[in-house]
Design a protein around this ligand. Structure first.
Ligand SMILES: N[C@@H](CCC(=O)N[C@@H](CS)C(=O)NCC(=O)O)C(=O)O
Length: 196
């Protein structure tokens, strides 16, 4: 089997969910990190942008399509059609949190995000996790939904929202348990530090 390659910038950004999925499912991959997209590569990119995923079967762009493909390929997308759809919906909920977080560029928007948007989603995540045993969002095993939400929580926790997250103990426990999964813990120890 060809060792897959993920090409992205030297940051977590739009590449990190796929890196975490591959790490979780114990698939070795070439983690290619560029400072700038070389012109000759840019000309061949499906949408002119990174990330790009290549596994000898497909040459795929668009971060969420890549992550979903990798999750499906490695049985990490949900145990059946219903679980897959639910997992997709929780992945989308992570975007529903990260998009307004990124768009909160002034104090009023930041305050709305801190006091309304984030608590609303944290309460939903807390309730879902509690009803499902505390460790996973969907079904009896980890799926890429857990990865996407963990990654969103990580981004928020290092960018000034740790206190809001901490008051949701089941969500907090979920993140801690995810980080303690041996292959994830090993990856996090060596993950390059980055601003984004
Ligand atoms: N919708 C795309 C967006 C990709 C994107 O915006 N990539 C940025 C980096 S985060 C990029 O390649 N920027 C460099 C460029 O456009 O030349 C995805 O989710 O993959």
């Amino acid at each position: 089997m060809t060792k897959p390659t993920l090409t992205y910038f030297n940051g977590r950004g739009l590449g990190e969910v796929t890196r975490l999925i591959l790490t979780f499912v114990n698939v070795e991959f070439n983690d290619v990190r560029v400072d700038k997209i070389p012109d000759e590569l840019k000309a061949t990119l499906p949408f002119g942008q990174l990330p790009l995923f290549e596994d000898g079967i497909v040459r795929l762009a668009q971060s969420s399509s890549i992550a979903r493909y990798v999750a499906n390929k490695h049985n990490f997308a949900g145990a059946n059609a219903a679980e897959k759809a639910l997992a997709d919906s929780f992945v989308d909920s992570a975007s529903d949190v990260i998009t307004p977080y990124r768009n909160a560029t002034d104090d009023a928007k930041k305050e709305k995000f801190r006091t309304e948007t984030l608590p609303k989603f944290l309460a939903i995540w807390e309730k879902t996790l509690t009803a499902n045993g505390g460790k996973h969002f969907v079904g009896a095993n980890y799926t890429w939904a857990d990865v996407a939400i963990y990654n969103a929580l990580y981004v928020l926790s290092i960018n000034g929202y740790e206190d809001v997250i901490k008051s949701h103990t089941t969500v907090q426990g979920f993140s801690a348990a995810f980080e303690a999964v041996p292959q994830i813990a090993a990856y996090l120890k060596v993950r390059p530090a980055s601003q984004f």
